[in-house]
Design a protein around this ligand. Sequence first.
Ligand SMILES: Cc1cc2nc3c(=O)[nH]c(=O)nc-3n(C[C@H](O)[C@H](O)[C@H](O)COP(=O)(O)OP(=O)(O)OC[C@H]3O[C@@H](n4cnc5c(N)ncnc54)[C@H](O)[C@@H]3O)c2cc1C
Length: 201
Amino acid sequence: MDFDHPVWEDEKWIVPTDWNIVSQRFEGWSSQAQAVIKVWAPSLPCILQPAHVDSNEPTKLLDKPDLATWAFWDTAPASTYTRGRVAMLGDAAHATTPFQGQGAGQAIEDAAVIMTVLSKVQDLKQIPNALMAYNQIRRPRAQQVVETSREYGKLLGMQSEGVGEDLEKMRENLETRMHWIWQRNQTAQLNGAVELFAESL
Ligand SMILES: Cc1cc2nc3c(=O)[nH]c(=O)nc-3n(C[C@H](O)[C@H](O)[C@H](O)COP(=O)(O)OP(=O)(O)OC[C@H]3O[C@@H](n4cnc5c(N)ncnc54)[C@H](O)[C@@H]3O)c2cc1C
């Protein structure tokens, strides 16, 4: 993962690449990483040989015709998810990098909150209040998920400040870093939105 590459020139988000480019990108990495990319592998088990190569011939790992570079995108934090009777949710509001596996989960949390507050609406005029309550409850958490997902990517890519390639620090961090997401009391989140809605009337 290359977090220092903020500009993406290609129209497509998955573009073909080749062994030489990958090899250049990983220059200066640890000997283990270099070995994965650069090793000539006549002695590898057949299962690790690229399918297009005769297994009796020496080959390079990652030297594959379908090698590709993927662009990972997330959304900048929006100042609001709602205006009037319109609201954004899911990826439209807070698309995230994939490292925490949270894109769909956060979209479901949005939907649960919106459904709950809208079910309390007694009059069409109250819809903006209901959506504002959704915005107040969901936006901080969803945007924090986007932020921590980026940090998670750096951690896994050994580019996290203060952790780097220190496996012990990485282990400590990984043991608990998802707890705030997984252990959120969902009922409290729904009730919080309903309370905000009631207070706004
Ligand atoms: C490869 C991959 C792996 C993923 N793995 C995970 C995972 O493990 N865990 C996880 O939580 N998340 C994962 N995600 C993220 C997850 O898929 C998304 O966060 C989630 O689908 C977002 O849901 P959404 O309803 O907001 O958007 P979408 O699922 O993108 O739905 C939007 C829908 O709107 C439709 N649409 C677009 N424009 C229009 C239009 N003008 N008119 C009508 N319809 C329109 C689209 O066709 C689409 O069906 C993954 C994503 C990818 C790409």
